[in-house]
Design a protein. Structure first.
Length: 301
């Protein structure tokens, strides 16, 4: 299916970043991730790189005559702990469960630009947004392997900042890597090896009193329960306690069934076929990522 999306690469910037809370999760560790974790960043890496991008956005906006208030770099540790297969980080799950209730209670961060932008006359507000996000008429279109098309304005301050921090081809390569990652995850979940491991996990969960058949179901149920609590803090805390207990059992069953090993084995077979056509792009992406991380390390030294 052909779809055209407005590339809202600045979505996190406009809401002061994507929030998370808790302690440091692994940067990949023993948990398998597609493309050897190419699109994954540790909490520290994400924190440093986003700070660099925010600095460049502010500079770009200032050069174009606009005020941009740098969003506080939010805590990316929950995002760093997430795994595309639903595998749980042991340390994180013990304290944060699936991160659903804690993330809900933390709420969305305040946008440091919201009050300023809303105070501008309509024409000035539109100019501010165009400077930051660009204009659709200036879009460059990326066709991804799954048939989706991504549109973005390379002259927007968001893209100027991204190019400065990572390199000119970063946006194109990043969305390609994310598309490949999604394709790999989908293919892995459809392999006999994964399905057998998921059934073993479900049997283990049943022994602990949980009637789930899919790895995604404990999260989905927790989200549904949380939505029904409204603004009731007592009910929310109850869901949070249940979430921690459920994640504890989930983690135990993942360990007992050696689920991570099954995922890694299935992924290796899938990637043996899927990496080939994109080998050069994968290597280029890794080079840009590594270079940006070196720059971030030097800046922090």
């Amino acid at each position: 299916m052909r779809r055209l999306l407005w590339l809202a690469a600045a979505a996190c910037f406009l809401v002061a970043g994507c929030t998370a809370s808790g302690h440091e999760g692994r940067a990949g560790g023993e948990l398998p991730r597609p493309l050897s974790g190419a699109v994954h960043f540790s909490a520290g890496q994400a924190d440093a790189l986003r700070g660099m991008e925010e600095k460049e956005i502010r500079s770009c906006m200032r050069e174009r005559g606009h005020v941009y208030r740098t969003a506080p770099v939010s805590d990316p540790r929950r995002l760093a702990a997430e795994n595309p297969y639903g595998l749980l980080d042991a340390d994180w799950a013990e304290d944060d469960g699936y991160g659903i209730t804690a993330g809900h209670l933390a709420g969305r961060p305040q946008d440091p630009n919201a009050s300023y932008v809303s105070s501008l006359p309509k024409a000035e507000r539109a100019a501010w947004e165009k400077a930051l996000l660009g204009e659709e008429e200036n879009h460059r279109t990326l066709a991804l392997p799954d048939g989706m098309e991504i549109g973005y304005d390379p002259r927007s301050c968001v893209e100027v900042a991204s190019s400065t921090v990572y390199g000119k081809r970063w946006t194109e390569l990043r969305y390609l890597m994310e598309s490949l990652t999604n394709d790999i995850v989908t293919a892995v979940r459809d392999t006999p090896r994964f399905r057998d491991a998921e059934r073993a996990w479900a049997d283990c969960m049943a022994e602990r009193g949980h009637g789930y058949r899919k790895l995604s179901e404990p999260r989905s149920e927790t989200e549904r329960r949380l939505e029904k609590t409204g603004q009731d803090p007592v009910a929310q805390r109850s869901v949070g306690r249940d979430e921690l207990a459920l994640a504890h059992d989930d983690l135990a069953c993942q360990r007992d069934t050696d689920l991570a090993r099954a995922v890694a084995e299935a992924q290796a077979k899938v990637e043996a076929k899927s990496r080939g056509p994109w080998r050069r792009e994968i290597e280029e992406y890794r080079t840009l990522k590594a270079s940006a991380l070196v720059t971030a390390e030097r800046a922090a030294a």
